[in-house]
Write a protein that binds this ligand. Sequence first.
Ligand SMILES: Cc1cc2nc3c(=O)[nH]c(=O)nc-3n(C[C@H](O)[C@H](O)[C@H](O)COP(=O)(O)OP(=O)(O)OC[C@H]3O[C@@H](n4cnc5c(N)ncnc54)[C@H](O)[C@@H]3O)c2cc1C
Length: 481
Amino acid sequence: MLKYLSLTAALLSRCELLPDDVVKAVSDIVGKRNVTTDLIDRISYSKSCSVDESGVPACIVTPRSADEVSRILKIANNNEIPIFVWGRGTAFVPLSVPENCILLDMANMNKMLKVDEETMSVTVDAGVVWAAVNSILRKRGFELPVQGGGALVSCTVGGSIASSAVPHGITGGGTTGDSVLNLEVVLPSGETLWTGSAANPSGTPFERYCFGPDLTGLFIGSCGAFGVITKATLKIEKIPDEEDFACYSFKNYEHAYKAALEIQKNRLARFLVLVQGSLPVKAEALMHIIVTSKEGETAKLLEEIRTICLAYGGVEEDTTGTRNYWRSHNVMYSWLRWEDPKEYYRRGDIPVFCPEASGFLTFSGLLKLTKLFWEYWSKLKNSKYSPILKGFDIYYSRNGGYLWIDILFSLLDPGALDFGLKVRSTLYEMLLSCGGAPATIGGGEHAKKIMSRLGAYYRVLKLIKRSLDPKNILNPGALGL
Ligand SMILES: Cc1cc2nc3c(=O)[nH]c(=O)nc-3n(C[C@H](O)[C@H](O)[C@H](O)COP(=O)(O)OP(=O)(O)OC[C@H]3O[C@@H](n4cnc5c(N)ncnc54)[C@H](O)[C@@H]3O)c2cc1C
């Protein structure tokens, strides 16, 4: 109890309110019911799915339009008050909400605006969640090629684009950014622009690569550093006629990697996920394969996959977990290990945290890192903090795989937090030394450590940030800029 009282006291001492005239000006724009300075609300927004420390905002605002976002950014600029954009706070990387900022919660910008069957695209507000868009599309016979991050029911389209989330279905559908055609963005100055073909005042959002460089790409993965995404136009596809599943276990993970590479090279799978760590079968790796196709073609695809897997020593397994993983829309990761979601992240009644490490790797990079990781884990698992390895999972992309390392520590163990964050740093060092490339960067020191090793690339991003946001108002610290 004492611990919680002192925590609250510490938070209270950090909380300052904005000048009254600023709160009034913001309330005049969005309406009083869309602004809160209540302490309980502010504290709630200082906590996301990331385990890292974050600041407590001074004020939470839920704008309803790009125009409102623009006017708030102008006020923030005039008064030099930091702004932070909040999707649903589901990112695992440090978000670095600045202390005493105005936090823009995008939840009120949640409309699906237009399904365009001529250009095969859908335009949505940035605060809408993926599962909502997809379920409406499916009623009309369409679907999204991929759906943002894995938290489909909770993460927003804008947040997933800004964090370049690695989506469900990346093997065949590409990454989140590959589905984005055009974006409406409010720049830190408050000016609003459309990217791509929609930049033409007489145009519509349908083509990304036009009018010179790909400005859409500047905002994908930007973690909100360069602008607030307010609308997005995404590609849509017809729902495939057929969908089917396969699952193979492998006694040897290297053989599984080779089989995955063959499947990938031949473009046979819509989604290919390989899991290691605690498995429901006696094997080093379990491969889940989802295939979709036109009528009458899945059987052939599955047969080709079977030939490849058997050639590498794969053993056919039950596909119930694979099917549930693909079709259920809630905490579906447990199904990769044939477990019910309810029990998956429990460690008795102890709350746990996951200092996630993840990134893209080539086939050779994956092999190299896997060897390094198992050596490291053989020592780490005996550490006094009793870590649990939940996942060493690879989501195969078009040119490699996205590795996600999910190690759990107890939140109640004194010292476990610092230790867990050190483990994360070590894992990122390993990942980068094997040529890895993280997709979601986040903010703060964590981001700076990753980005500052990129030389001219990092310097160019800093220059862009400085010219778009000279007062460093918007998401300061995002991408370590
Ligand atoms: C159960 C679960 C499963 C997950 N699975 C995956 C997965 O498979 N793959 C994956 O990549 N991630 C995964 N994640 C992490 C997370 O869901 C994604 O990173 C997600 O896309 C973040 O979306 P969000 O709306 O919550 O954004 P937030 O977490 O709120 O924000 C992320 C970043 O984007 C910025 N931002 C948010 N909205 C905007 C906007 N409109 N304009 C500009 N910047 C903005 C924020 O400032 C922040 O820097 C998972 C999380 C959970 C809880």
